[in-house]
Design a protein around this ligand. Structure first.
Ligand SMILES: N[C@@H](CCC(=O)N[C@@H](CS)C(=O)NCC(=O)O)C(=O)O
Length: 372
């Protein structure tokens, strides 16, 4: 029997992050679809009452819900094996964690939900697999799928933005493909927390659903190889000359990664500003929001422009819970390191990530994110 149980699904974006971490760290786990009586009767209550995946049960019987908390738990136990120690690399590791898990939902959901002729049968099967066996299985699965289809539009993928979403995504593929032609992972020879964030959209959705998988395989084979590599226990770096399993020396950041970030900034920065404005307005209006209240997934719609196209997207507090980690790390750096980091962020149009904040903090309590 394995030590760790991962409740998750192949289809789930966020499970992809936790699974990849467990695989790369060589941890002994088994993945279970969250439809078992044990999950329903014992795990959900200890996961804050949320039927969310990924959730794990550790060898000691501890239950942890949320992919970020799961990675944190093992990073702490391993002495932060996948957290770079130098300022620029550590900041980018944290930034890619936010972008991967929160900043690429629009293309991930667009390529899943807006190509039914390619994806629908595949999705129907998987949504049914996530529902416990019983008389209303098909109806319940359809309900779940419809909620996700609606979420796709809420993240800003609607007919008026399809062209923008696709253009940005295809350009991103090219840039990532270029980077992964030279390096096995974002920061060199070893995955970092940011790689685990990025695998979330790039496995469950963009590297697995039929439509986007075929795009990635035909247009970005080196990116596709990174997706494979992130899901294999061996290094799987045969095509690279350098196979040292290390981050790049001297806090180096490759130019190819700066290009990737510069491109991501096109919608990530205006979206983050719009979301923070929206959430801070909402916070101002909540006169009776008691500390400990669960943080909702979205609290309104942020509106912004990218390449001249208006996008309206759900403003999600969780993005800022993650961004604050990067800001806290930056604050405690010495002056010289801060300059080195801010120069790098400025060079990829990402300097704003140091300043965009919510007026109220978020913390975790009983496996839930709550307002401080
Ligand atoms: N912040 C969480 C989000 C997890 C999440 O949204 N999971 C989806 C499936 S991919 C889900 O289970 N949603 C229902 C819920 O969280 O209650 C993470 O990083 O793991």
């Amino acid at each position: 029997m394995s030590n760790i149980t991962l409740y998750g699904s192949s289809l789930s974006l966020y499970t992809g992050r936790a699974r990849s971490y467990l695989i790369k760290a060589g941890l002994d786990y088994r993945e279970v679809t969250p439809v078992t009586p044990n999950y329903r009767d014992n795990i959900v209550a200890r996961a804050g009452g949320r039927r969310g995946v990924p959730t794990i049960e550790t060898a000691d019987g501890e239950v942890i819900r949320d992919g970020v908390a799961i990675v944190d738990y093992f990073e702490q136990n391993s002495g932060h094996l996948y957290s770079p120690k130098t300022p620029r690399q550590k900041i980018l590791s944290l930034l890619f964690d936010v972008i991967g898990a929160e900043g690429l939902l629009r293309p991930a959901m667009h390529y899943r939900w807006n190509f039914p002729e390619h994806n629908l049968e595949f999705l129907a099967f998987h949504f049914q697999s996530m529902v416990p066996r019983g008389p209303n299985r098909i109806e319940q699965a359809e309900k779940g799928a419809n909620a996700m289809r609606a979420a796709c539009a809420a993240f800003g993928a609607v007919p008026d933005t399809f062209e923008l979403v696709e253009t940005l995504y295809l350009e991103l593929l090219k840039k990532l493909n270029h980077h992964f032609s030279d390096y096995p992972y974002l920061l060199g020879g070893k995955p970092c927390v940011g790689d685990f964030g990025m695998i979330a959209p790039f496995f469950g959705h963009l590297g697995r659903d039929p439509m986007p998988l075929s795009i990635m395989q035909t247009r970005a084979v080196r990116l596709f190889r990174w997706v494979e590599r992130m899901n294999r226990p061996e290094p799987d770096v045969g095509e690279f000359e350098t196979q040292d399993g290390q981050y790049l020396p001297s806090d180096e950041i490759p130019g190819s990664l700066i290009d990737v970030l510069k491109h991501l900034a096109i919608d990530f920065i205006p979206e983050t500003i719009a979301a923070s404005d929206c959430i801070n307005d909402w916070i101002d209006q909540q006169k009776d929001l008691a500390p400990g209240t669960e943080v909702m997934r979205g609290v309104g719609i942020g509106s912004f422009e990218a390449r001249g196209v208006r996008v309206n997207a759900l403003a999600q507090p969780f993005r800022f819970y993650l961004l604050k980690r990067l800001q806290d790390y930056y604050t405690q750096l010495d002056k010289k390191a801060q300059v080195s980091v801010s120069d790098m962020l400025a060079s990829c149009d990402m300097l704003d990530v140091l300043d965009i904040k919510l007026s109220r903090g978020i913390e975790r309590h009983n496996n839930l994110e709550v307002w401080r």
